[in-house]
Design a binder for this molecule. Sequence first.
Ligand code: NDP
Length: 463
Amino acid sequence: MLVSRSPRASVSPYVMDVLAQVHARNPAEPEFHQAVEEVLESVDLVMDRRPDLVKARILERVVEPERVIMFRVPWQDDRGEVHVNRGFRIQMNSALGPYKGGLRFHRSVTLGVLKFLAFEQVFKNSLTTLAMGGGKGGSDFDPHGRSDNEVMRFCQSFMTELMRHVGPDTDVPAGDIGVGGREIGYLFGQYKRLRNEFTGVLTGKGLGWGGSLIRPEATGYGAVYFTAEMLATKNQSLEGKVCLVSGSGNVAQYTIEKLIALGAKAVTVSDSDGHIYDEAGIDREKLAFLMELKNVRRGRVRELSDRFKGCVFTPVDSSLGSNPLWTHRADCAFPSATQNEILEKDAANLVSGGVTAVAEGANMPCHPHAVRVLLDAGVLYAPGKAANAGGVATSGLEMAQNSARMSWPREQVDRELHTIMKSIHRACRETSAAYGVPGNYVHGANIAGFLKVADSMMDQGLV
Ligand code: NDP
């Protein structure tokens, strides 16, 4: 069901018709429907002014992936038992450049989840101002509890098929949930071996073999930079702000690192078992422990409460219907785990707990009903395609360095990242004002991202 985020009571019959087609042609893909509804509701504000886009059926084309690849991934575990997973790559839109977007390895991965992520990626990549189309891929493989050798064998089998469909000028995957530096290394090694090519086919590579400084940090840092820009519009800064962070992976870790650097205090982290609340704040020592725990030992956040007095662990309780993480008093929230982790009740809890800014480190972590609650309460709300675009933007910078066979210094990449996040923020603000919804970052991001893609599709003819 469409939940309006705009002052308009409803969307036009034309957009309703396109949405009905999306539902009919893509049954049982609720996350994809949700992502399309959000973008099309914003883009509806454009269509009155652009009959050329209606005539060329740009909306009908943009919701249809250019190509969907689905394949079998057989592999053997350490005991010699055979497993069969499913691999995917969604090549959604190449109007702006080679397909670009991460690979997700998680048991919840389905075609519909990856189509939602690929669709979001198209407009996110457009916002970065870099020449990147949108794609996404992954597998329902669950790396939790698997040995390094098992993960390597899985990655090799996955890449043995994927390598036919990707390449530095075609499609350049990166990491996402369950795919970090270790997995990118195994995937790159197999690609190189099969194609006999050392090219920038993946981003998020190790620093010694083509990776970019700041790429691991980029998504989290970028979300914090974006939030600082939002707060500045209210003459505020992050200094002294209490922040809720969910997740404990790549995005969460570097969000916390940058919050500490800017004088804010992150008081929570989580994984799928539960969350840690630490009133004193996660300082550099606790963050270093968390990074070692998650990136090396691959343990659970619960262990923070064994190691540090003051870290209180609360296990997940699905009977509650809401997540206690979002009930703690705070100024800002950075959902950085997964989609639909903030439901309507959680958003109400955030508002009553004093939160005035929410920046999505994860993709689509706020359910549409939650977004409505936040916007109605006047919360500064940054959708993922704007707030977490720093990761793919820095992937774009990694591609540029690979093409030039150069490595830029840390300060240069960080400066470029910061500039890009500021420019995305400006584009969202200016576009939302130009379309009569000032301060609405959802409409601003969707419309600004869409227009560049749509105009490029128009230029490139009916393909
Ligand atoms: P990681 O795999 O590094 O970490 C994911 C974290 O989220 C883990 O703490 C994981 O806990 C938790 N999590 C995942 N699924 C669930 C779930 N269903 N319920 C509760 N907790 C869950 O992934 P990233 O940090 O890279 O990605 C996090 C989010 O950020 C995703 O939405 C991703 O799409 C988005 N993103 C990532 C970018 C990047 O550069 N990495 C770029 C832009 C967006 P557990 O270990 O228990 O599974």
